[in-house]
Structures are given as structure tokens and as C-alpha cells.
Design a protein around this ligand. Sequence first.
Ligand SMILES: [Mg+2]
Length: 246
Amino acid sequence: MDYDTIVLDIEGTITPITFVKDVLFPYVSQGLDAFLDRNWGSADLESYVELLREQAQKDIDSGMKEAVVIPKEGTPEEIKAAIKKNIAWQMAADRKIGALKAFQGLMWKDGYAAGELRGEIYDDVIPLLKQWKSSGKPMYIYSSGSVPAQKLIVGYSDKGDLTEYFSGYFDTAVGLKIEAASYEKIAQEIGKNPSKILFVSDNIKEIQAAKQAGYQVVISERPGNAPLGPESKEFKIITSFEQLSQ
Ligand SMILES: [Mg+2]
């Protein structure tokens, strides 16, 4: 394969697909009590709580009866209890709402910085990052997780700080990962011809979109990933980044 730039997906490609579900989400549910106690009274926490409060009010106003309101007045215990109930409700409903995402992001940032969380990166990825770097091939991340969350995973990884390898990060602000236009936009932004870019992902719809945009593509097949259907047969499939070694 003749490429000079690499765009990598995270989950299911360089990180186990279960990381978010088995590590990041439980960290929020299980660590919320301690987190609130530790940060109670800080202006930073209060601003994120305010976002949750405003969202809950919007939910109530739009007729969502099950929404959990967070009172402004009350004892710290009452307010904390409402926050916990609010977050538990939103997470159980798997809501992709800004206020919840922001709050989770705040907790993850705290957890990574405290050394309680570490991004999981497959062992076989590191030698290739080194190889690509030494041959002058810039590397980028494109993931549906937010750019700050991406930076935390690679910045506080179990293989150390990997941010030195990446020239840039893209999330769904550039467009959905299953749309060819998103890949065209990324190519434009990094100033490369799509035909010179290699995209690696576990998701066949993303692979097809990138291919449609003119990228070279490789499917990553990792333990726990969704099984690949027959439409994946026309693409190169790897089970380890070793197979990308040149
Ligand atoms: Mg993925």
C-alpha cells in the first residue's frame, strides 16, 4: 500500500471496543460520590452542574416527566443526591446530550490526571506509530468521541503519552463517520490527496465512506468487535497492526 498519511479510528481499532462501556462509563457511575465530595464548592464543578440543571429544566418544560430536577437551594446532601439521580437517569437512558457529555468529560479528565484512568492501546499499535513517525508519515485520529476525550485516551494511555505521534484530531464536528463528505473534508483540512491517506477502522460503514472519498482503507478486526459481514470481504482485514508493517 502506498500511502503517506494515516487516519485512525480509536474504539475497535487501537483501543478495545469495550473500553468506553466497561471502563469509562462505570468510572462515572461508581466514582460520582467521591468526585462530588472532592470537588464540592469549586466553581468548575458548579458550572458543569449548572449545565445539568438547565438541561433538566428544558426536559421538564418539553414534557419529559421522568427528568430529574437539580435544586439550586438546599443542603449539599440534597443537591448532591439530585445530581446523582439526574446522572443515573440520563446514563440509563444513554442520552447523548451536551450537558451529560460535558460532565462525564470533566470526571474523566479528573480521573486520567489522578492516574485512576488510563487509555487502553493495543500493544501492536506502538511499533507502527514509531515506524510511521520515523518515515515522516503524519498520523491523525478520527473518532466519534469528542476531541478532548480522544486526547485523554492517547495522552494518558497505558503505553504512556502518545500525543507526540498525532498531528491532529477529528470528531463528528467534521461530519458523521459514515459519510464520505467527512473524509473529503479531513483530507482537505490536512492538505492531502485522499488517495494517499490510509484509514483504519473496525466499522464497515466508515470503511465504505472513506473508500468512497478515495482513501485507502483497512479493516481492523479485534476481539469483541461486531462480527464482519460479507461486504467486508473486498477489503484488507488485519487483526494486528503488525500486518501493516512495511
Ligand atoms: Mg471504531
